[in-house]
Write a protein that binds this ligand. Structure first.
Ligand code: CU
Length: 142
């Protein structure tokens, strides 16, 4: 986004408008994931309450038996002080990852005072990461 905007500087207004409307149209249907709370950069108290949100993607419990992962459906995963996993990788069922395979979109956890990075990443029914569906924020626990 930043690169595109920088690249537009000095272009004609007409061209900029055409490109901008194209970007908006594309953005409308693109799946994304984000924290509703906490906000990026927030100072919070423990237990830390988190709320997740997915756009243009359905959040649903993982079926008991999965033959093929359902299209456009996933569930949330949170990890503390961990980077987003590469696309297509299976999210480990191990520390520091927490799976919300029941479809839940809230989580509360006790954290000692300090600075943390929170990573929220979508996995499909096979817990595999998806293109563009990961976000990272920083918080301070007081
Ligand atoms: Cu999972």
């Amino acid at each position: 986004m930043r690169t595109v905007e920088n690249g537009l500087q000095g272009w004609t207004g007409v061209l900029a408008v055409v490109l901008a409307s194209g970007l908006v149209a594309c953005g409308g249907g693109t799946p994304s994931v984000s924290f509703v709370t906490p906000a990026d950069g927030a100072t919070v108290s423990s237990p830390v309450a988190m709320e997740f949100m997915a756009s243009n993607l359905n959040i649903s419990p993982v079926p008991e038996e999965v033959e093929t992962p359902r299209e456009g459906i996933g569930h949330h995963h949170v990890a503390i002080d961990t980077e987003c996993l590469p696309v297509g990788e299976a999210i480990p069922r191990a520390d520091p990852w927490v799976h919300f395979g029941d479809g839940s979109e809230t989580y509360e956890t006790l954290l000692p005072a300090g600075q943390y990075m929170l990573t929220l990443q979508i996995g499909d029914d096979e817990h595999r990461t998806q293109e563009g569906l990961c976000t990272t924020i920083s918080i301070t626990v007081e």
